[in-house]
Write a protein that binds this ligand. Structure first.
Ligand SMILES: [Zn+2]
Length: 153
């Protein structure tokens, strides 16, 4: 029997395993995403299961539910839902305000840092430029002395 046959079979088997593994990983990722989406859905006030927005009955327990925005509750609790939604929006606005303040603070800090380090940066650039000019000067002088640069005249 051809001894290379085992190698070829092994290679094919490894390839097959790798492909199966990739497919499994992709399937797992899709399932995880689906799970996360389910977890983020509003919870049924009767059974606590994920609720589908816009449906009047829970798909898990079949009990009647009411909606206000993305808030779900038992029938007869509309006032509570409205209040919850208002509080949610106030909290959201506050969060946005704080984020904006934080962004402004970061911008301010960056500006301060920039103007504080500007003289140092400028000095460094000047020193580097001077050194480069000096090296260039030396190079030109050496080239002229050794005659590496051809004379144009
Ligand atoms: Zn339910």
């Amino acid at each position: 029997m051809d001894p290379n046959l085992f190698d070829r079979i092994n290679t094919l088997q490894n390839y097959q395993n790798q492909k199966t593994n990739q497919a499994t990983q992709a399937e797992l990722a899709a399932l995880r995403q689906q799970l996360a989406e389910e977890a983020n859905k509003p919870k049924c006030p009767h059974c606590g299961g994920p609720s589908e927005q816009g449906f009047n009955r829970c798909k898990n327990c079949g009990m009647e539910v009411i909606w206000w925005g993305h808030f779900v509750g038992k029938p007869g609790t509309m006032t509570h839902l409205i209040m919850a939604m208002e509080q949610y929006e106030i909290a959201k606005k506050e969060e946005q305000r704080q984020q904006k303040q934080l962004d402004q603070l970061k911008k301010q800090q960056w500006k301060e840092w920039f103007f504080k380090t500007l003289p140092i940066s400028f000095s460094v650039v000047c020193v580097v430029a001077t050194v480069l000019m000096f090296l260039l000067f030396i190079l030109v002088v050496c080239a002229n002395v050794t005659g590496v640069v051809p004379d144009s005249s």
